[in-house]
Design a protein around this ligand. Structure first.
Ligand SMILES: C[S@@+](CC[C@H](N)C(=O)[O-])C[C@H]1O[C@@H](n2cnc3c(N)ncnc32)[C@H](O)[C@@H]1O
Length: 219
């Protein structure tokens, strides 16, 4: 045995500060990217600019109804508003410490029902990697999980890389929801407001908890 050495745990560990992660704007694929060809989906709208209206592809756009972003195969042109991930900026939001759920997110501006709030981004991993990561996290005694399933073999993991969406907590009466959108053949997850949200309100969505056993606090 050598001489004992003094060491200090990093501040984020001792002071319940959020664990470090790298900020990313778009998903990073650690698994094979499943991109469908535009022709395969066959989701195109027949919207076209109408005189007197500055926007195209409002509520009756077929692509929007099918949670598919308009693509180059549509004829709607540059004033199309059915491109939530590409054209609409994410909402202003702030990271805060909550009393019982660790970190959380509050809106830093008013948000209207139906508006795009933020994209859930992270590393896209397959089921096997997800299982390995979960196993390691369990061994490290971690309690915060940042996983979101895209399909049976694809999970977005925002543990090490992500954006502020990773801090949005669970609630059974949430004010946002996750929606799976097809953007140019790629499945991406957006968080949208399910009601009007006032500046300062906590943002939450329903995790639909099935397998991950966590003690949830009623928000
Ligand atoms: C996506 S993270 C949300 C951010 C997290 N609170 C943090 O401090 O980084 C999900 C984790 O937050 C915690 N969490 C989220 N909502 C919760 C709730 N309603 N009650 C208790 N814990 C919650 C759980 O530990 C969960 O695994």
């Amino acid at each position: 045995m050598g001489t004992p050495v003094d060491f200090e745990l990093p501040e984020w560990f001792t002071k319940e500060k959020p664990a470090p992660y790298s900020f990313i704007r778009r998903n990073i694929y650690l698994t094979k990217r499943m991109k469908r060809r535009l022709d395969d989906d066959g989701i195109f709208c027949s919207c076209s600019p109408s005189p007197g209206s500055s926007v195209v592809c409002n509520k009756d756009c077929h692509c929007g109804m099918l949670l598919s972003s308009c693509s180059s195969g549509c004829k709607c042109g540059s004033s199309c508003i059915n491109k939530p991930f590409q054209n609409r900026p994410m909402k202003k939001m702030k990271l805060v410490q909550t009393e019982k759920c660790g970190s959380g997110i509050v809106a830093d501006e008013d948000i209207k029902q139906g508006e795009f709030v933020i994209e859930y981004v992270g590393e896209v991993i397959d089921d096997k990697t997800c299982e390995e990561r979960l196993w390691n996290m369990k061994h490290r005694g971690e309690t915060n999980f940042y996983l979101c399933e895209i399909n049976r073999d694809m999970v977005i993991d925002a543990t090490y890389k992500g954006n502020k969406s990773r801090y949005i907590n669970h609630s059974c009466s949430p004010n946002t929801e996750m929606q799976k959108w097809i953007i140019d053949g790629e499945t991406r997850i957006g968080i949208f407001a399910t009601r009007d949200i006032k500046k300062g309100e906590h943002l939450t969505y329903d995790y639909h908890l099935v397998q991950i056993k966590i003690v949830t606090v009623v928000l």
